[in-house]
Design a protein around this ligand. Sequence first.
Ligand code: ARG
Length: 469
Amino acid sequence: MTGSHEPTDGHTLWHGRFAGGPADALMAYTVSLPFDRRLWPDDVAGSRAHVRGLARVGLLTDAERDAVLAALDAVSAELADGTFGFVDSDEDIHTAIERRVTELAGAAGAKLHTARSRNDQIATDLRLWCKRELVEVARGVTELQRVLLDRAVSAGDDAYLPGYTHLQRAQPVLLAHHLLAHGVALGRDVDRLLDTVERLDVSPLGAGALAGTSLPIDPAATAADLGFADVFVNSLDAVSDRDFVAEALFDLALLGVHLSRIGEEWVLWTSEEFGFARLDDAYATGSSMLPQKKNPDIAELARGKTGRLVGNLTAVLTMLKGLPLAYNRDLQEDKEPLFDSVEQVSLAVAAITGMIATATFVPQRMRAAADAEVTAATDIAEWLVRAGTPFRDAHAVVGSLVRRHLAGEGSLHDLVAADLGDDAASLVAPGEGVRRRTSPGGAGPVALPAQLERYRAMLDGLGSRLDRR
Ligand code: ARG
């Protein structure tokens, strides 16, 4: 394509400096409208605040301000109901909105971009968008945490399963304890997202293209108008900083990693081999060929989609690396990864929340797997420790009893009873193992109430932080 792009119904924003219109190939390659149009509510909000600011310092009359604000209201309505007419020269959402405002408000509209650049404008839009969207993601995660809590409370202190290390049965743990483990990790995700939101709550509006302006604007006042907690310190940094995008992508990638670990367990738990849980039909899928199949696709995609979340973070860090101050068009590449990660994580959180809320646990299968005699080995060693045997020696004694049991010399119970007595042998009884996980934060019933209390307090804390946003 070598054609020249002659806008029929609009000019580029920079048309004064250029003899001809942009090439089609340039427009096709550089436009961001297809993905940044979702920023329109934030772009309109930024423009409203900017216009009010211009009027406060006398750069717009009150009548001009009101004309532009009315045009912005009209544009907003058009964008909301889908009647906004985009034209070929609308390179991005900022251009489209300014064009339409100028069509509607005439000369006053042409003053909208006074003392503003798309560089401070896009940075403002994106921070406003992140403040809202990251809080929404965090809110969704707290719902998943609450579902884990509900399921933990109803599992109570008798459902238990094997705890694993190396995916080998290690020691029994309460189902409640296992579920809350994921909830605690998710709590860090919410905390991190809220920290990111607090750090990015700084207005870049008024930085201009890179160096501020000769006009008498008041960036602190527009920052306050937009509800930002603070205003930029340095105009060069304000327009080139995308730390908040990288941070958000890290938060989302790690949250995605946590979801993938939950996903992997549910793939295992719902397999016939484990059989620890059954999915509700609404949260499982079938096979196009195999009539008997019921598949855990949500859990698998929670695993599978993690690659792109990590990729999105990597893409943005790589894009930022080596960029000179201040704005560079490379920065436009921040948006698609960010939007994709927010969207994918939001969908994943909702789907996993529903999947876990509606699944059925199969405690008898869990118990059968957890009650293997050998999972009592550590308890027998600790019984010897209580009687004064150094742990390393106790470990060796029990290790050799386990070896004899596995070699077919008898049940572990009988071998322990013969060598160490009935008290020690009673530790092998079904259900004993989990009851003996008594230390604070441990996996048994004794420690559970305190854990539930701390978990609820964490949820309350995160909830009130969310309410303040
Ligand atoms: N679409 C651009 C972006 O996302 C908006 C800023 C354009 N600035 C410029 N100087 N061309 O970064």
